[in-house]
Design a protein around this ligand. Structure first.
Ligand SMILES: [Zn+2]
Ligand SMILES: [Zn+2]
Length: 556
């Protein structure tokens, strides 16, 4: 989506109140909005959409005076199927072991599952979200979860019926008959083998779970056989570590947490999919209606190039390194969650401009029409990571920060900040800048620099060499030198603003009979060894007259 398309596009935010109204109908004492993610690797930044949807539902409920909380469940109890290439553990040794039982090869967390969980959740506060983090493996250690497993084993026949009804609905006769046959001996839980630590044997394509083979309700005893090492036994349910099958695990978690609402990506939320199967189990196995389903379409983060190889995931932290979290919240909240979002990382500076124009609408600047202001009144506070400030806090232009941040080797930190203050004052017509406004500048410069390096086009990347190369000096003609000598006089004169200085380049070129275009090429080459670059007037002022003078003198 181009920035122009984005500006024209209709906002549609009534989805927020629609969902909140549906959730309110549950009329419970505590509203629990739950999210979750399996931990089989670093989690992609697109997942933050789920966290932000949950956060907004919670915020709106709290605004209405309700007791509302968010929870994030890290599904770290799944068995290992494969490792991303960043993991140095031996796949043979850990295949089939839960992620929560494998060691952290990075050495910093209590398990491999915990490592990816920590990597994800440490970014939540910066995105404005504060869910309680629950580990699925720890949940399975609770009495409540053990009771839920017992309920499922007791209701195996009902669960088989539901699965046949939902999973086999699109099967042909033969497939259906085979499935019904296989379900005759199927139980909804598997056992972690106390001998070899596995929940299943085999890797991709050849997986055999350590499925329960029998359950006696009277003695509460479970039978199983390990598909990996052959260990088998019949023993008390509470002596074992069990895990429910994934389609059963979800409604069991809803049941014990009393989940009021859970958003789910389209793949799970499709009609008749795992969410609907779970709701059916909630009703028939656990005897309650289950949560309010909020389907959403995933976010795609793309653009020209993600600048990463397949094995390197673009994490929430990677987003925070290049762009404000408020922009991400704005991008996912401004349209119905069932619409796909494609956030083009190469357009971040334009998108930040659009977001900040929207922020100004909220504060009533820029002659926004009533419709725009009404929309901003509802949406803007939900995009903010911190409580909304009473007063507008002017932000330094991201585009200016892109150029300026790359001059850190040329200009001192102090000079860079001074230039930023000057531009901020001019940009927002201010006499002074508040300390809050100033405090945002270092982060903005850092994000802009990372963005330029990773996602900026050749045009966005500005590198100022220490000296002008001989090759470039050799291209200068007598006319070029005449122009430069005259331009030196301009720089020695009165201080000019960006536009005046830009105009002076044209004027000086004309005076010595040099084509405008040539004059610009000559200056860009001397400054950054290229034929074009950032808008020249502003760029010259950014570098400062003294620096530019010395540079030009070095070639004359
Ligand atoms: Zn770690
Ligand atoms: Zn075993």
């Amino acid at each position: 989506m181009s920035p122009e398309d984005m500006q024209d596009e209709e906002f549609s935010i009534h989805w927020i109140s629609d969902i909140v109204n549906e959730v309110l109908e549950r009329d419970v004492d505590e509203y629990l909005i739950v999210t979750g993610k399996s931990m089989s690797g670093s989690v992609h930044a697109g997942f933050m959409k789920e966290i932000i949807i949950a956060d907004v539902i919670k915020r709106e409920l709290q605004t209405l005076g309700k007791d509302a909380k968010t929870v994030f469940i890290s599904d770290d109890f799944d068995p290992i199927r494969a490792f991303p290439s960043s993991v140095t553990l031996s796949p043979e040794e850990y295949m089939g072991v839960p992620y929560s039982d494998a060691p952290d090869p990075h050495g910093c967390c209590e398990s491999l599952g915990a490592h990816w969980t920590n990597e994800l959740v440490e970014a939540f506060p910066e995105f404005g979200a504060d869910p309680k983090v629950v580990s699925q493996s720890k949940l399975y250690e609770t009495k409540e979860m053990l009771d839920a497993v017992r309920i499922c084993l007791n209701q195996t026949e009902t669960i088989r019926e539901i699965l046949i009804e939902y999973v086999a609905r699109d099967f042909d006769e033969k497939q259906k008959a085979d499935y019904i046959e296989s379900m005759k001996t199927w139980y909804p839980a598997s056992v972690i083998c106390p001998e070899c630590g596995r929940l299943q044997s085999g890797g991709k394509g050849s997986i055999i779970p350590n499925r329960v083979t029998g359950y006696d309700a009277e003695s509460d005893e479970v039978s199983y056989k390990c598909a990996h090492c052959g260990h088998s036994e019949t023993t008390k349910l509470d002596k074992l570590r069990l895990k429910l099958s994934w389609r059963v695990d979800w409604p069991a978690k809803w049941y014990i947490m009393k989940t009021t609402c859970e958003p789910a990506g389209k793949d799970h939320a499709v009609k008749g999919g795992s969410y609907d199967t779970g709701l059916e189990m909630s009703r028939r196995v656990f005897g309650w209606e289950g949560p309010v389903k909020v389907p959403f379409e995933w976010v795609r983060l793309g653009g020209r190039d993600m600048g990463t190889s397949r094995d390197v995931v673009f994490t929430p932290r990677a987003w925070l390194n290049i762009a404000p979290p408020e922009l991400f919240r704005y991008m996912v909240l401004r349209t119905d969650p069932e619409r796909a979002n494609n956030i083009q990382t190469d357009l971040i500076p334009d998108l930040v401009d659009i977001y900040e124009a929207f922020e100004r609408n909220y504060y009533g600047f820029d002659d926004a029409d009533n419709e725009k202001q009404d929309l901003a009144k509802v949406l803007y506070p939900l995009t903010e990571v911190r409580p909304v400030s009473d007063e507008y806090i002017p932000k330094l232009s991201f585009k200016f920060a892109v150029v300026t941040s790359q001059l850190q080797g040329i200009l001192s930190e102090e000079t860079i900040l001074e230039r930023c203050y000057e531009v901020l004052k001019k940009q927002h017509n201010l006499a002074t800048i508040s300390s809050e406004s100033k405090s945002l500048i270092p982060t903005r410069l850092s994000r802009a620099l990372h963005w330029a390096k990773e996602f900026g086009s050749a045009q966005d990347q500005v590198e100022v060499p220490d000296t002008v190369s001989k090759e470039i000096r050799d291209t200068l003609t007598d006319d070029d030198r005449a122009f430069l000598r005259k331009f030196v006089a301009v720089l020695k004169g009165d201080t000019l603003d960006d536009e005046e200085l830009q105009g002076k380049v044209f004027e000086t070129a004309r005076e010595v009979g040099l084509k405008d275009k040539r004059a610009f090429i000559v200056l860009y080459r001397i400054l950054i060894s290229r034929k074009s670059g950032p808008r020249l007037g502003g760029f010259l002022n950014l570098l400062g007259n003294e620096w530019v003078l010395n540079r030009i003198m070095s070639v004359l």
